[in-house]
Design a protein. Structure first.
Length: 271
């Protein structure tokens, strides 16, 4: 089964972002990809965080969701849609939502980002407060797909291993982690965190990223990557609008978990 991580440098123009995403999805499909994962904020990296609310869509309605449904139908591929703004209970905050479309254009699941990036790094002169413009989700989400059972996560979620362990307990054999990781923290932690989530759970990781400079003065790390359940990097690209693809074996996680039963050997189990 061939999968792809789509890498982009999105900006505040939704139409231009969707055009770029459409071209990259078409190229991935032509390469034989059966499931593609878009990066976080693929449709909109705004000038200011609260600008997202002007583009927030209701579930099942809006130009971003129409684009995703049409692209999956046209190319007959599954799309894990990175993140996009959905309306929340508060008008000035949005959910960072990751809908999953099957090859017929039907929505099979939707995850809302749980962990919001509220971080201040004074020594590095960086500060982010996603909770100012985003509303947190509450629910863990897995979805069955042709490549296995996918545990859905977004960016900052990767720093919370207990979340991934719970997704594994719900049957996940693949994690998708679309991101807009900052360059500073990405340089320090991106590869280590993602490989750790793959190794400790014996699961595939597909992590597409934003790259380069954006309108909100953020610089993102790129390095979109696909990692196998043994922690081996199958494909990676540092920057550029592109996709990286790899062939994965949906049976490999179960094989490795049987041969190396670290998950079965756990003793400190959650209640």
């Amino acid at each position: 089964m061939r999968v792809a991580a789509i890498q982009m440098n999105s900006g505040p123009d939704v139409e231009a972002n969707l055009k770029l995403a459409g071209g990259l999805l078409a190229a991935a499909a032509a390469d034989g990809v059966q499931l593609a994962v878009l990066p976080e904020n693929f449709a909109l990296m705004p000038n200011k965080g609260r600008d997202k609310s002007a583009h927030a869509e209701s579930v099942g309605s809006g130009p971003i969701q129409d684009f995703l449904a049409a692209a999956s139908r046209q190319h007959q591929i599954w799309i894990v849609a990175g993140s996009m703004p959905l309306t929340s209970p508060e008008p000035h905050r949005v959910y960072g939502a990751c809908p999953v479309y099957d090859a017929t254009g039907e929505v099979q699941a939707c995850y809302r980002k749980i962990h919001l990036f509220d971080v201040k790094l004074p020594d590095l002169e960086e500060a982010y407060q996603e909770s100012w413009s985003m509303f947190p989700g509450d629910d863990l989400v897995c979805v069955d797909s042709p490549i296995g059972r996918i545990g859905l996560a977004i960016c900052y979620d990767m720093r919370f291993p207990e979340m991934f362990r719970r997704l594994v307990d719900d049957g996940a054999t693949v994690f998708t982690v679309p991101a807009a990781f900052t360059k500073v923290t990405g340089t320090a932690h991106w590869h280590t965190l993602l490989r750790a989530r793959a190794i400790e759970n014996l699961a595939y990781v597909i992590a597409p990223g934003q790259y380069g400079d954006h309108a909100d003065n953020r610089t993102t790390y790129g390095h979109s990557i696909i990692i196998d359940p043994w922690g081996r990097v199958l494909a990676e690209q540092a920057d550029g609008d592109c996709f990286v693809a790899a062939d994965i074996d949906p049976q490999l996680p179960a094989k490795l978990r049987a041969e190396f039963p670290a998950l079965a050997n756990r003793r400190l189990l959650a209640d």
